[in-house]
Design a protein around this ligand. Sequence first.
Ligand code: F1P
Length: 293
Amino acid sequence: MTTALHADAEIASQPQIWRQVADFAPSVFGKLPQKGERVAVVGCGSSWFMSMAYASLREAAGHGETDVYAGSEFNYDRKYDRVVSISRSGTTSEIVELLGKIKTPSVVLTAIHNSPVEDRATETIIMDFADEQSVLQTRWATAALGLLRAHLGFDLNSIVKDAEAALASDISDLVEVEQISFLGRGWTIGLAHEAALKTRESSQFWAEAYPALDYRHGPLSISQPGRAVWAFGDIPADLVRDIKSTGALFESSTLDPMAHLIRAQRVAIAIAKKRGVDADNPRGLARSIILDK
Ligand code: F1P
């Protein structure tokens, strides 16, 4: 399949969307957790992985203890000052249910107006300009994480050029491999999971994700010529050496890791096209997962 997908345009729009997020962000900073608050971040699928990245960044930035949960796995016995949730659709069952149950002040990031999550959350941040037509989340995920990074003091405009470089870069070698293991450390572990989800969702491709140092505790056995290991952010030199000695293609980048994720999004779509599958409508997936009661 060689036709243009919604995902192609949505991936390509990220430099512009990140600029919009940078402009929009200060208007909603007051709805986000204050420094020192004990926070839980929740989401499902891509929104969970962006939650993971944010939780790690927030705690590392000294803003306070920040736990992360898949929407279905929230620990209702723990005490938090605020719950941050991410849901593009605003209708994902686990998030709707969670926000309905908790008494803790909450804020939800969503792309949709008048959604069930808005009804239940204390505060809502709507980024309708980052919504997508593809079922596959790409620019929504980076817009949501970008907003949260901006609140932690990061200048999103400073990485727009990295996003442009990621869009212009050559991905041809990566499209040829039969398997990719994505690695990260700290906040980039969430990006590794998101990259692996993207390739699995878009084309049923075999991809895995690990904290970089844990990759040596078994999964490295997968590594061989014709497969790739992809690091988001820096990983130790001796681990790079061990990966390269397996003959796998090693991918790393000096770009900001969120911009490096754009390369993974492009690889996912290119593999889907090569396999003749529709990346906009992944097998077995809907824009929003609404569970039966
Ligand atoms: C979360 C999600 C997506 C997934 C698919 C189904 O949606 O799991 O990550 O790709 O679109 O829904 P949301 O809660 O962010 O709308």
